[in-house]
Design a protein around this ligand. Structure first.
Ligand SMILES: NC(=O)c1ccc[n+]([C@@H]2O[C@H](COP(=O)([O-])OP(=O)(O)OC[C@H]3O[C@@H](n4cnc5c(N)ncnc54)[C@H](O)[C@@H]3O)[C@@H](O)[C@H]2O)c1
Length: 253
């Protein structure tokens, strides 16, 4: 039985789609995000469909808010059994200024690594003792195809942050797998959540469809299905893997 799945940064996009999917499968879901109204919208969608969810504000860059979110989870649902790390600073003021080595300011590097990587460290450190106390659990980290490709030669800080997420995934899997804590990752291709729809980068969409052996762009539900599986007991023997969920953009068999 699922008790509490903790989802960080689930106000929109892949996080929201996954929160809804996990609730449909019977999990109690904590929808955490820096965007509280967005998290509340996701939680309300779940409860209106008869599921169980609460929304909690938190900031990946603020350890005390991460700890408070985990404490709220225990208070509300009694335990934590899983963690889906999905947030990233994709804002125009940060990702939009991540260009090339020569013209990306150091504050962009610092912010990107602090939120996208150290943020996942903060949440994993807060959740891990609870998973161990329960006899195990599952963590899924969100990486990106940018971790394993040079894409268009831009966004070095973002790509480095996602490569680091892959390393963090292996680290957790190796150290706590023997105690029943699995850690895996997902690397999405171009997934059309709210952020991507708003940006509506038609050139990027055309480029993706012309290079990738698939019939369509990605949907949040594509990731939700894979994450739900990796968080479930059916994936008990899958540990330390980072799966490309991208229509075949990165083939690494
Ligand atoms: N959609 C894609 O095409 C794609 C491709 C590769 C990787 N990804 C990864 O998937 C994940 C989800 O992206 P998405 O496309 O659903 O975008 P999204 O904008 O819908 O989701 C990002 C979420 O992170 C939250 N967030 C930002 N800063 C935060 C902070 N400091 N603390 C807490 N939450 C914070 C945002 O409020 C938002 O809800 C990200 O890690 C992204 O890097 C997405």
């Amino acid at each position: 039985m699922l008790r509490a799945r903790l989802l960080r940064s689930s106000a929109t996009g892949i996080g929201a789609g996954t929160a809804i999917r996990l609730a449909e499968e019977g999990a109690n879901v904590v929808v955490g995000d820096i965007n509280l109204p967005g998290a509340q919208t996701t939680a309300t969608k779940i409860t209106e469909r008869g599921g169980s969810a609460i929304a909690v504000p938190f900031d990946l860059a603020d350890e005390s808010s991460v700890n408070a979110m985990v404490a709220k989870t225990i208070e509300e649902f009694g335990a934590v059994q899983g963690l889906f790390n999905v947030g990233a600073d994709l804002s125009p003021g940060n990702l939009g200024r991540d260009k090339t080595l020569l013209d990306t300011d150091f504050d962009v590097w610092q912010r990107t690594l602090d939120v996208n990587v150290v943020g996942f460290v903060r949440t994993a450190r807060a959740v891990l003792p609870h998973l161990l106390a329960n006899g195990g659990g599952s963590i899924v980290n969100t990486s990106s195809g940018a971790a394993v490709s040079a894409t268009d030669g831009k966004r070095p800080a973002y790509g480095a942050s996602k490569s680091a997420v892959n390393a963090l995934t292996r680290h957790i899997a190796k150290n706590w797998g023997p105690e029943g804590v699995r850690c895996n990752g997902v690397m999405p291709g171009l997934v059309m959540g709210e952020t991507q729809q708003e940006q509506n980068d038609v050139q990027l969409q055309k480029m993706f469809l012309s290079h990738v052996p698939t019939t369509r762009l990605g949907r949040p539900g594509d990731l939700a299905a894979a994450v739900a599986f990796l968080l479930s007991d059916d994936a008990e023997w899958i540990n330390g893997q980072v799966w490309a969920i991208d229509g075949g953009a990165n083939m690494r068999a």
